[in-house]
Design a protein around this ligand. Structure first.
Ligand SMILES: [Ca+2]
Ligand SMILES: [Ca+2]
Length: 187
C-alpha cells in the first residue's frame, strides 16, 4: 500500500502565497485599467439641437481629467461670433439666423493649454416651427411623415434628428402624431 506523504507546511504556505500574489496582480491590473478609463471623462450636449430662428440653445460640457485640472471652456458657436471663454461649463447662445452650425468646445487647463476639443455638434436653425418640416419649407409633406414613421420604426434616415421633436434621442408615437397633425394642417 502506498502511503501518501503529508504536504509540508512550507509547501502549503508557498502555494497560498502564489495564489495571493496572483490575485493581487490581477486586481492591480484591473484597478489601473479602471483608473485609466476614468481618468478622462468628456460629455457634451446641446438643447435643443434644432428649431426656429432665433434659437436659444443651452450647451453643457462635463469634462474631468485626473492629470490636469480643467480651468476653462472655450466655446466656438460656429456662427462667426467670437469664441467665448468661460470658467462655467454651461453656456447659452442665441442663433439669430437660419442655417446649419457646428459648435465645438475645448477644455483648457489652468496654464491655458487646450486638453481636448469636442467633436462638432450640429445645430440646425430653420425658418419653420412646424413639427416634422424636415426640409424647412413651411409645409409637412407625406414624404416627411413617412420619414418620421420610418424613424419611429427604427429605419434610420437623414431626417430622424428633425423628427425627434424633444431631442431625447428617440422618436415616440406622440412625436409621429404631431408630425401627422402638422401635415393635416392641425398644428
Ligand atoms: Ca417640408
Ligand atoms: Ca423624442
Amino acid at each position: 500500500m502506498k502511503i501518501q506523504k503529508p504536504i509540508s507546511i512550507e509547501k502549503k504556505l508557498s502555494k497560498a502565497m502564489f495564489w495571493i500574489v496572483a490575485l493581487l496582480l490581477i486586481l492591480s491590473i484591473f484597478y489601473s485599467n479602471s483608473l485609466a478609463f476614468q481618468c478622462q471623462i468628456f460629455t457634451f450636449y446641446t438643447k435643443p439641437s434644432h428649431g426656429k430662428a432665433p434659437l436659444e440653445v443651452l450647451f453643457h460640457c462635463y469634462a474631468y481629467d485626473c492629470d490636469v485640472p480643467i480651468a476653462k471652456y472655450w466655446w466656438d458657436f460656429g456662427d462667426g461670433s467670437e469664441v467665448k471663454k468661460t470658467t462655467d461649463n454651461t453656456i447659452e447662445h442665441i442663433y439669430q439666423n437660419p442655417g446649419t452650425y457646428y459648435l465645438t468646445v475645448t477644455v483648457v487647463d489652468n496654464e491655458g493649454n487646450p486638453i481636448k476639443t469636442s467633436e462638432p455638434k450640429e445645430i440646425s436653425v430653420g425658418l419653420s416651427s412646424l413639427p416634422g418640416d424636415c426640409n424647412d419649407n413651411g409645409q409637412v409633406t407625406i414624404g416627411e411623415v413617412q420619414s418620421c414613421i420610418n424613424c419611429f420604426l427604427g429605419i434610420k434616415n437623414d431626417w430622424c434628428s428633425k423628427c425627434d421633436l424633444d431631442d431625447d434621442g428617440r422618436i415616440t408615437i406622440d412625436e409621429v402624431q404631431k408630425v401627422i397633425n402638422a401635415s393635416l394642417g392641425l398644428y
